[in-house]
Design a binder for this molecule. Sequence first.
Ligand code: PLP
Length: 223
Amino acid sequence: MSIKENLIAIKNTFISPDCLLVAVSKTKSAGEIMEAYEVGIRDFGENKVQELTEKYDALPKDINWHMIGHLQRNKVKYIAPFVHLIHGVDSLKLLKEINKQGEKNDRTITCLLQVHIAQEDTKFGFSEEELKELFASEELNDLKYVKIVGLMGMATFTDNTSQIRSEFKGLQELFEVLKPTTLPKNVVMQELSIGMSGDYLVAQEMGSTMVRIGTAIFGERNY
Ligand SMILES: *Cc1c(COP(=O)(O)O)cnc(C)c1O
């Protein structure tokens, strides 16, 4: 199937029609991205800073670029001028650097905090405890060029749907618990970024507001 056909097929399966589809285009060419663009996709996700900046330079300026990978502090400066949303923020140190680069570029940078929900050690993120500590810290309040709009999580890479479901459910519950609480003024619980090619329907059942889908749109990646 073509990229266009894949996109139409995926959209047709959506349980939540308002859920944002972020097309994960890492390793894919500008031409492949344009095929998705021509079907109306404007949100693309990349996990490497250099690839992200190269594609930003080469492609239409109305694309919303999502940084979905692990972001190193020394690379924030390259994406700060244009990035739409940083999904994987996992430390206060990184937030401070994003704030600094936001100030330099005179723009507020929107972020999601990554929460560790998988049983694997390899996935980054805050624990529930660390998240609550962060929200209680005075330092967060001072970051005027950062806006935290929600949470992001990655389930364990497994075929076990009930495990994925329970990991997503845990994150959804945390999201719902935090939502009505008094949060720092630059934090709002609005977006829940969960779900990839293999688990986006489970994620939508668990309240996902944005899914990050690569393989199911563009096919397998060749690294
Ligand atoms: C690659 C990637 C995705 C997309 O994965 P697929 O299984 O190809 O849909 C989603 N989120 C993150 C953080 C990724 O790195």
